[in-house]
Design a protein around this ligand. Sequence first.
Ligand SMILES: C=C(CC[C@@H](C)[C@H]1CC[C@H]2C3=CC[C@H]4[C@H](C)[C@@H](O)CC[C@]4(C)[C@H]3CC[C@]12C)C(C)C
Ligand SMILES: C[S@@+](CC[C@H](N)C(=O)[O-])C[C@H]1O[C@@H](n2cnc3c(N)ncnc32)[C@H](O)[C@@H]1O
Length: 360
Amino acid sequence: MDSLSLFCTGALLAGGLYWFVCILGPAEQKGKRAVDLSGGSISSEKVQDNYKQYWSFFRRPKEIETTEKVPDFVDTFYNLVTDIYEWGWGQSFHFSPSIPGKSHRDATRLHEEMAVDLIDVKPGDRILDVGCGVGGPMRAIAAHSHAKVVGITINEYQVNRAKLHNKKAGLDTLCDVVCGNFLQMPFSDNSFDGAYSIEATCHAPKLEDVYAEVFRVLKPGALYVSYEWVTTDKYNGGNPEHVEIIQGIERGDALPGLRSYADIAETARKVGFEVVKERDLAKPPAQPWWTRLKMGKIAYWRNHIVVTILAALGIAPKGTVDVHEMLFKTADYLTKGGETGIFTPMHMILCRKPETPTSS
Ligand SMILES: C=C(CC[C@@H](C)[C@H]1CC[C@H]2C3=CC[C@H]4[C@H](C)[C@@H](O)CC[C@]4(C)[C@H]3CC[C@]12C)C(C)C
Ligand SMILES: C[S@@+](CC[C@H](N)C(=O)[O-])C[C@H]1O[C@@H](n2cnc3c(N)ncnc32)[C@H](O)[C@@H]1O
């Protein structure tokens, strides 16, 4: 090979590698790098076992129905997926409607700001983020509203990630994060001026339990908004294809059982809330939320190769490949859920805690 063809081959290889890693690269450029993928709070050698344990819950559905076991199962799930989510999606672990001409990052931020705008918050108010993840929404909401946000998550690894991100963003004076169970929150009665939950309460085995806790900690007159994962009126439990899609979503997202849209307002009223507004934010004119999942398909293949190589080299924990594969399949089920219209991740409910207690 003469030196010119050697140079051209080298340049092509380098260009290809650059395209593969950087241009095709992760959805979120800042934050997690592939070489830092971990099993959250699970030690590297136990990731594979924990993944098997996660699946064993679904072989014994009764276990998932047992309320006390669910938070542990959800905690294990988030140890397994948090780094992959951050690496491939960003710091906000939720969907948002696509907005023509806007980036995913902007569409995500607008969806988060809408939540805080709905609960009518003033600068300096103390508000609660129920199921806060690594705090993407919390930071957008604090920066937009100047309210003080307290987030709660069951996963200790997420608490540490969220605190680190808050500090880096210079928002640690406005944002605080607590490790705890939203079914039994470590906060006093009547202590928050508002609350929101973004795609998190779907992990509660009984929605009533988490709504009752939010009701307890809110001040009278305060508002709570939630974006719920639900099946829509198009879902037909007698259709095997529908059942397969919904089961696929439940298994790949640590859900003890998806609820119907019709259960949400009923549950809110049952715990004492007044329902101010309820709407599926995915309905037209909103643009599809699942296009981002579909568009990322080539990057997911690239990620699969990267994860396989890193696990083979012992850089990523064994088991990361299985977790990644599970998410890959989940993305397909979610897309089908969106395309058929039987599922929405953004059924919005806005509730108020009455000024005076209602007699039951
Ligand atoms: C609200 C929840 C999480 C919603 C979403 C943030 C996540 C649901 C499915 C996830 C993903 C699927 C495919 C992954 C891909 C194979 C990988 O290469 C990069 C990360 C993914 C895109 C990942 C990112 C987060 C999701 C979109 C639930 C849990 C209640
Ligand atoms: C899909 S993530 C959404 C996170 C965040 N709202 C966002 O949009 O980025 C769901 C969150 O709910 C939290 N969660 C689930 N069950 C919980 C429980 N019982 N108590 C506290 N947090 C819980 C998870 O730990 C995770 O942080």
